[in-house]
Design a protein around this ligand. Sequence first.
Ligand code: ADP
Ligand code: MG
Length: 628
Amino acid sequence: MTTDTVSAPETHAFEADVSKLLHMMVHSVYSDKDVFLRELISNAADACEKLRYEAISNPALFGEDPQLRITLTLDKEAGTIVVEDNGIGMSAADMGETLGTIARSGTKAFMDKLTADKNGEGQQLIGQFGVGFYSAFMVAGNVDVVSRRAGTDEAARWSSDGLGTYTIAPVDTAEAPARGTRVTLHMLDDTKTYAERFTVERIVKAQSGHVPVPIFIREVGSEEEERQVADGAALWTKAKSDISEEDYADFYRSVAGQLDKPALTLHYRAEGRHEYSVLTFIPETKPFDLFDPDRKGRIKLYVRRVFITDEAEILPRYLRFVRGLVDSADLPLNMSREMIQDSPVLSAIQKGVSNRILSELDKIATSDVDRYGAIWENFGAVLKEGLYEDFERRAQLLGLARFKTSTSNGDWRSLKDYVASLKDNQTAIYYATGTDLDRIAQSPQLEGFKARGIEVLLLPDQVDSFWTTVGVDYDGKPFKSVTQGATDLSLIPLAEGSAAADAPNEDVNSFISFAKEALADQVSDVRVSDRLTTSAVCIVASESAMDLQLERMLAAAGQAPERAKPILEVNAGHALIAKLGQTGASDEERSDLAFLLLDEARIAEGQPPADPRAFTERLERLMAKSLT
Ligand code: ADP
Ligand code: MG
């Protein structure tokens, strides 16, 4: 292209979300501006890996320059930093599509989180999130991107001050890299100090020392030669004994785009029928988008060191917090990404790696209880999804599962522990679901279990309402909700110091039959409970219905299920209930009392009264009466 065909720049507005992101980035969230380098280098490395991949089917793309590299050029005088790569490059159209919109999935979730974040946790969040190209505007007042797509002879320039618009214009190829992208940052007055070798070298080593492309630094006007600061060697191909913990941590940060440390590093080479290397990590902190429905696993797939895809779904969804890569020696390089997904080699890898991660977890679950507890604390709720999604590994996952229980004082207990301390005649594993551990622990339904010293699993995660309903058992013991169906606790002796509840007398029985009739539209039954010791009443779901917490969750999600009528259970030994049996009250008054008891039980569950207006009227009648 010659200069006279080069047309004037076209001005475009950033997508609204980009403007918002830019504004947040420049004005608030980051204190650690160093990450802009990590982001630009990671884009440059991605571009090189894309070229490597495309060159498999089209080697001509390499032209005369097969050595992929990233070069950082620092100009202290001019106050610029240039990040250049000889990777795949971008056409003018590519630039319009990628540098003006938000491509990356998860960015929206991230921004929502950040916007909702009122307590300044943004700092922490941001560390977990690759903010990408736009982070350049944290340090630069103007950013120019000149790029030439590999295999073409057209080049274009993208320019912006990050304040709402950007321009794109074709440029003469003489002004562009022979292939790839040159990003020039015109640093702000207070960030010009970044343009120094010492600073940049330190940051690159700390953040990007292990990107799979070599990195060089050049300083304009310096005597010193261009210097290599990262070798671009694939860490996973090195012997474990040659890799330090720090190396692993650095690599983890670049592959995961997170700033924390790995809680578990798994590096091994599988040999035999299939050969592949695995380097995976479990993060030390919980990523903010762990439960974002769009979140995918991000295990990268390489074939003989060529990056193929990070969408191969190598691990099941319930291991989506694991980061890292797999490098296969025997997948064919020229297979399309779609074909790879269906290849038997990939399924062997999927199976092998998943099993290995679980068995590694199993190992530290016994060898390092505290470390395992921390991993479970972060990711247990995700791992439990496997209990209903992965039938084949269910037993193994049940072995890995840890629970806080009514008797564990905040410690994690395994099911093995639980089963080892079953009470005489106890045939089920009891659990209580809810949203908040403390509240579950206070449920009236637990009273009868406490009185007998029976341990109850306290399950506060959403997923708990699901896996418990799919017929799971452990060691031949079924799981049974304390808020559902009949209990037969009478066979299990009371703990010392707990008094046996009185058998209901005739008066109580007659009140129960009265309440059953009065509440017939509301409940399917009113009966004497062996779950209660101190509370007067509670509600439970009937055996065949959905458990209470699951019903509440579905209703909250707008999938209001056909509400089954619950059962109202009364504590025959409770002074109030005993009195209700004896009271000489009128039927109207007894009816009020029955409704109030039901509403009381609902409130104890954290639910509103069925009919708030009727409830307050009844309450007022009762209060008025107590004053006469
Ligand atoms: P992400 O890297 O997560 O996709 P970024 O904001 O970092 O998000 O980059 C947006 C997109 O811009 C990239 O996906 C890529 O398509 C394009 N891009 C950025 N830098 C380069 C580069 N150096 N070479 C080629 N394409 C690039
Ligand atoms: Mg990026």
